[in-house]
Design a binder for this molecule. Structure first.
Ligand SMILES: [Zn+2]
Length: 294
């Protein structure tokens, strides 16, 4: 459990190529244990322009955790226990559309879930909850990110964008890539699910910034070598640093008026008198006490 520390309201989750964020000052690392196990790594806490921020590399230090192996419940719970209210999730992705080029940033509006083997809810074990997920990302937070990338003149894609999440760890076959492309999806990655679902269940505003590394495998004749991909990933990481520096102060000023912040209020379907007695309750008290322990 977390020792008493001053709350941190903003978090960044880093993906492939973003295992740390520079520009954070006054850094310390804290180990957190949760009812769901340990998060991917100790959480780095520091400040960006005097705003406290938490950073978590989802693949662990040294990139040692497969997408399917990430303990996403522990990651989200750990951030919630610190007081996190908003998460920006960075992911490396492949592009499924010609006009979405390597080094572009995509702020997806929708997700299509093609994962097969993931724990995607905190609920169960006596407590049933169905959260709304029609808009899987916080649109208020997306708007702020949009403002930041526009100010920084980062090439980006915002409206009508869909992230298709595959199980991995293998990349798509050409047949799968063509189907994803024909469906109109924008980018393909392996980690937005269940992160977005669990962040919503934890009532945390969550938005994704997808950093395009290549054209997946649909574009015959455009298969890129490893050296090219590494160069693009490095460029993306540098752009990301600028984005974080611009974005974090904006997030700190944002008024949290969106539904993410109270989406559990009517989502729990189990009879109220059963909820606090359910085996799951003690693990979920962090989320549910505000509604059930009056
Ligand atoms: Zn929100």
């Amino acid at each position: 459990m977390v020792k008493k520390i001053e709350p941190v309201k903003i978090a960044v989750i880093g993906g492939s190529g973003i295992s740390e964020i520079s520009g954070i000052e006054n850094v310390k690392e804290i180990e957190i244990d949760t009812p769901f196990g340990k998060p991917s790594a100790p959480i780095t806490i520091g400040t960006v322009d005097n705003v406290r921020v938490a950073f978590l590399p989802r693949h662990g230090k040294g990139h040692i955790i497969l997408p399917s192996e990430i303990n996403v419940r522990a990651n989200i719970y750990a951030l919630k226990s610190l007081g996190v209210e908003q998460i920006v999730a960075l992911t490396a992705v492949g592009s499924l559309q010609e006009n979405i080029k390597p080094k572009d940033f995509v702020i997806p509006e929708q997700i299509f879930d093609r994962t097969k083997n993931r724990i995607n809810s905190f609920f169960g074990n006596g407590i049933v909850a169905h959260i709304g997920f029609a808009d899987p990302f916080c649109n208020d937070l997306r708007d702020i990110i949009h403002k930041a990338v526009t100010e920084l003149a980062i090439q980006h894609h915002f409206s009508n964008t869909t992230y298709v999440c595959i199980e991995g760890p293998q990349f798509s076959t050409r047949a799968e890539s063509k189907v994803n492309r024909a469906n109109g999806f924008s980018v393909v990655g392996m980690t937005a699910i269940p992160e977005a679902k669990l962040a919503r269940e934890a009532e945390i505003c969550y938005a994704n910034v997808s950093l395009v590394t290549d054209y997946d495998v649909w574009k015959v004749g455009d298969e890129v070598g490893v050296d090219k991909v590494l160069e693009v990933m490095e460029a993306n990481a540098n752009t990301c640093k600028k984005l974080i520096k611009n974005l974090i102060p904006k997030m700190a000023q944002r008024e949290l008026k969106c539904e993410c912040q109270h989406c559990l209020q009517y989502a729990v379907q189990s009879a109220p008198e059963t909820v606090t007695k359910a085996p799951a309750y003690k693990d979920l008290a962090l989320f549910l006490d505000k509604y059930f322990k009056k």
